[in-house]
Design a protein around this ligand. Structure first.
Ligand code: BEZ
Length: 307
């Protein structure tokens, strides 16, 4: 059995469909089916239920899947950490969700480049969910996202809890009515949420904020991304709940209003591979806290390792 077999098996198990798995792996479907068959023959077990649609794992398949995923994550970790130990070419790939570009991300990247001119830094926009897979595949080394996703191979650090604010079309009567508003003031509005996919996403944090208070907006309008949500707000299609760093995105056709509830926040979370303690990552985290101190931005105090 080779690593290739594990990669193929995990893709089929996750996509629950040979065609989609083949697309994800950028190979044709017949060789993929042959490799899975070969794997089942080598192990002398059945990993998938015969003729199930969508494909279902057998109990043995479920056992094999949980171990295969861990092995692949460890392999990716070993690869990228060995490259770093060799230190021939220092590089750091950073995944981020779009909204962090309106926070400190640009400053962090500029400062990191200034202070570490020999590190080749690359940036990749992707959802928090995609960041987890990219970390495990070794395609990125650090992810900045907003969703708390549990994974035994991933270390999460909640950096700060960013307040949510309301984006209104200019001169919307509600935005002129009171200095601060409650979510319950917004239930008769069309709520524009993003990103529509993949889920869970920031959209679900906003929906949960309403649900937790027993509230239901009159209409939900799901869009692909923050910029589209703001454009539609400007066009008068509805209102949106956005992280407060969006204030920085000055638009003269949108006005922002604070919410009265300090628990309405969205976290900024840094994710890395669990065992990756390379100097570049430690340095980036220290730089982030330094920038928070310089800009007097409140943050979640770091937790000591092992506590
Ligand atoms: C921040 O705005 O706090 C932030 C954004 C991206 C990465 C890290 C922190």
């Amino acid at each position: 059995m080779e690593l290739r077999h594990l990669r193929y098996f995990v893709a089929v198990a996750e996509e629950r469909n040979f065609t989609r798995a083949a697309q994800r792996l950028h190979i044709a479907q017949p060789p993929l089916s042959r490799q899975i068959q070969q794997l089942e023959e080598t192990l002398a077990v059945q990993l998938f239920e015969r003729n199930s649609r969508p494909l279902k794992l057998t109990e043995t398949g479920k056992f094999f899947y949980s171990h295969a995923v861990q092995l692949l994550a460890q392999t990716a970790e070993l690869e990228s950490m060995t490259r770093r130990v060799g230190n021939i070419e220092r590089s750091l790939s950073v995944g981020f969700v779009g909204s962090t570009l309106y926070g400190l991300l640009p400053k962090i990247i500029r400062r990191f480049r200034d202070e570490n001119p020999t590190v080749e830094l690359s940036l990749h926009e992707m959802s928090t969910t995609d960041q987890i897979r990219a970390l495990k595949d070794g395609r990125i080394d650090v992810g900045f996202g907003r969703i708390r996703l549990e994974d035994a191979n991933i270390r999460r650090v909640v950096l700060r809890e960013e307040k949510m604010i309301i984006a209104f079309p200019l001169d919307h009567p509600l935005s002129l009515s009171k200095p601060v508003l409650a979510l319950r003031d917004l239930v008769n509005e069309t709520l524009i949420i993003y990103p529509k996919t993949p889920r869970p996403s920031y959209a679900d944090q906003v929906l949960a904020a309403f649900q937790d208070r027993g509230l239901k907006p009159r209409r939900i309008y799901e869009v692909r991304e923050l910029q589209i949500a703001l454009g539609l707000v400007a066009a008068g299609e509805g209102i949106s709940i956005v992280p407060s760093s969006v204030y920085g995105l000055k638009r003269d056709d949108v006005s922002y209003k604070e919410l009265d509830d300090p628990t309405l926040v969205s976290p900024i979370i840094m994710s890395t591979r669990m065992l990756d303690e390379s100097g570049d990552i430690v340095e980036m985290l220290a730089l982030i806290y330094r920038l928070y101190d310089e800009a007097k931005i409140p943050y979640v105090p770091p937790v000591e390792r092992g506590s």
